[in-house]
Design a protein around this ligand. Structure first.
Ligand code: FAD
Length: 338
């Protein structure tokens, strides 16, 4: 379809012997290097996409100033000016993010070297730390380019569709960027996976921002219903700590008692942490509404005089099967009241 200046073909290396002095790193360590090459490639792809965007913006501006319709250059019309502005806005944002990420990677590599790592390992580590950002830049840069080129075609009007003018080629050439270096679908999944892995390793603090959001919602008394981790986020936001349970609660048929109604609920649960019961009981703003009947752990709380409640279990997956549906009814009612 496009990038016709670049030949694309498959290359096979079957039983290919690589001289020891040509090894890029440790034997069996190639996969790590290959993954990091993809990370660097994604940052570079974003840079190339922004280079393409800038060229298309230049051509769009030039054409908009040259092409006269209804007695004036089309650059004088608001609709065209809006397109040019949007092209510039999106390109600038992507451009700035690429500079920032590239500097962050350089800084991380230098920090690793300063802490005694050899340059090769430091480079791999520095790039690894920004794998999510590399994927974000790749997705954003390639989609900005497609947007910019599409609007470029539109600004050129009929000539945008003609192979005589530059936009037709730009349109075809741009399209590959959403496909290679990992499709944008795969990169989107990678972003989430990488961020969650970082959070699990303690490299990324997701909990404090989540608690701040909960605090803000509670302060404004907006409706809030926490489920599982959401329940713990609400408790943490109110100064109640969590602790790691011995085995956690996993699976279906966990019996819970609703202390407000005295009724039992058969629930689905999947958690390894629980909120501290003594601290919850001592908190004047919070009431325990549900307990787990097997071990008396806190299974639900509500904030007194607020539209905020939460449960440790999963009412959306109730094996009851409808025992816990009243929670959603209450939450929806809270939303309607607000
Ligand atoms: C011009 C060109 C140059 C290339 N250059 C190189 C190169 O230099 N080096 C190299 O290694 N490769 C290169 N490639 C290959 C390129 O990286 C792959 O084509 C690309 O990664 C997509 O893989 P695929 O074609 O097998 O698509 P598929 O994996 O078959 O994907 C098809 C569709 O399904 C989606 N999809 C697949 N799996 C999932 C999933 N789990 N969840 C959701 N959606 C999914 C994809 O996003 C895509 O939309 C090149 C390709 C082209 C066209």
């Amino acid at each position: 379809m496009g990038i016709k200046g670049s030949s694309t073909c498959q290359v096979f290396f079957n039983d290919c012997k690589v001289p020891v002095e040509n090894l890029l790193g440790e034997r069996e360590g190639g996969f790590k290097i290959a993954l990091n090459i993809l990370n660097v490639g994604r940052v570079k792809l974003a840079g190339a996409a922004i280079g393409g965007s800038k060229r298309v913006i230049d051509a769009s501006i030039q054409y908009a100033n040259e092409r006269n319709q209804f007695g004036r250059p089309i650059a004088k019309y608001g609709a065209i000016r809006h397109k040019l502005a949007e092209q510039a806005i999106k390109t600038y944002a992507s451009n700035a993010a690429i500079y920032r990420c590239s500097q962050n990677i350089d800084d991380a590599i230098n920090d690793c070297v300063a802490s005694g790592m050899d340059k090769e390992s430091a480079t791999l580590e520095g790039i690894r730390q920004f794998a999510a950002e590399a994927a974000i830049l790749k997705v954003h840069g390639s989609e900005v380019l497609d947007y910019v080129v599409d609007e470029g075609v539109q600004i050129y009007g009929g000539m945008g569709y003609s192979a005589e003018a530059p936009m037709e080629r730009a349109y075809r050439d741009a399209r590959i960027n959403r496909i290679f270096e990992g499709t944008n679908e795969i990169n989107r999944m990678l972003i989430v996976d990488t961020l969650l892995k970082k959070a699990m390793k303690g490299e990324l603090d997701l909990m404090t921002p989540a608690q701040n959001v909960a605090k803000e919602i509670i302060k404004r008394d907006l409706p809030l219903f926490g489920i599982c981790l959401g329940h713990q986020v609400i408790a943490l936001s109110q100064g109640i700590s969590t602790y790691k349970m011995h085995n956690g609660h996993r699976g279906i048929n966990h019996p819970v008692k609703n202390l407000l109604t005295g009724k039992g609920e058969i629930t689905s649960q999947n958690h390894g942490f629980a909120i501290n019961r003594e601290e919850t009981e001592a908190n004047p703003d919070i009431e325990i509404t549900h307990v787990h009947l097997n071990d008396q752990t806190v299974a639900g709380i509500r904030m007194k005089n607020k539209n905020c409640f939460s449960v440790q279990y999963h009412p959306e997956a109730s094996p009851g099967p409808n025992d816990s549906m009243y929670l959603f009814d209450e939450f929806i009612q809270n939303i309607k009241n607000n």
